[in-house]
Design a protein around this ligand. Structure first.
Ligand code: SAH
Ligand code: DHB
Ligand code: MG
Length: 225
């Protein structure tokens, strides 16, 4: 068994043993309908989705901001962590993705708590800030990686002490640390990591992962003040 195949097998093993308490039908259906609509297969893995849910629960999150909805798979994992009066705002550029996501989120019974906003996140974020929302307890950044430093700055503006920022896809097969790689997405992710490492309001780390999505990882940043 090659390593990527083995990583896949272990993710399936963990999902079978551990993701047993979550009503799974809406999540499975979300992936099926995303596939049927031709969306790219780049949603978080099931174990990573559950991690997002656990992080939101540990946070006691009442409000969550997601940048990059796709078909709403990660949205459903996160949304299930919210109390009935909780709120999740998720930003998606592609109206075809948003349309699939809205259906998937409604089938999961989360449409009262989740709002999908269509448009470039760098347009939606200032509009959201203008509404003076109460600080988001968790921000999940998972959209166009070139804008990751901008998204980190917006996340800082929209959070307060104790909030958690999660940044997806920071490893990309190790490209993050390859000095010869100047891909704009990789450059964007490095800049976001530099913000986490240098900003006086942030403390954080990054973790490498293997699994159904290959070799990648995520960064966590806690807002300090
Ligand atoms: N969080 C999802 C996966 C998101 S994939 C999950 O794990 O289930 C990244 C998404 O970001 C894609 O749907 C893409 O259309 C969207 N995206 C790309 N550029 C964007 C932008 N500028 N603003 C908002 N969303 C964007
Ligand atoms: C890819 C994976 C992601 O998790 C994402 O947010 C964007 C792209 C990818 O594998 O290409
Ligand atoms: Mg991602």
């Amino acid at each position: 068994m090659g390593e990527p195949q083995l990583w896949h097998t272990v993710d399936d093993y963990f999902a079978g043993r551990l993701l047993t308490d979550t009503p799974d039908e809406a999540l499975a259906a979300a992936l099926r309908d995303s596939d049927a609509a031709g969306l790219p297969r780049i949603a978080v893995s099931a174990p990573a989705g559950k991690l997002l849910q656990l992080l939101a629960q540990v946070q006691g999150a009442r409000s969550i901001l997601e940048i990059g909805t796709l078909g709403g798979y990660s949205t459903i994992w996160l949304g299930r962590a919210l109390p009935p009066d909780g709120r999740l705002v998720t930003l998606e550029y592609d109206p075809r993705h948003a349309e699939v996501a809205v259906r998937n989120i409604a089938r999961a019974g989360l449409d009262q708590r989740v709002e999908v906003r269509v448009g470039a996140a760098l347009d939606s974020l200032p509009a959201l800030a203008d509404e003076n929302p109460s600080p988001f307890d968790l921000v999940f950044i998972d959209a166009d990686k070139v804008n990751n430093p901008r998204y980190m700055e917006w996340a800082l503006r929209l959070t307060s002490a104790g909030s958690l920022i999660v940044l997806d896809n920071v490893v990309r097969g190790g490209r993050v640390a390859d000095p010869d790689n100047t891909d704009p997405d990789v450059v964007g992710t490095r800049a976001a990591l530099d913000i986490i490492g240098s900003h006086p309001r942030l403390t954080g780390t990054a973790i490498q992962t293997v699994g159904t999505k290959g070799y990648d990882g995520f960064a966590l940043a806690r807002v300090l003040a």
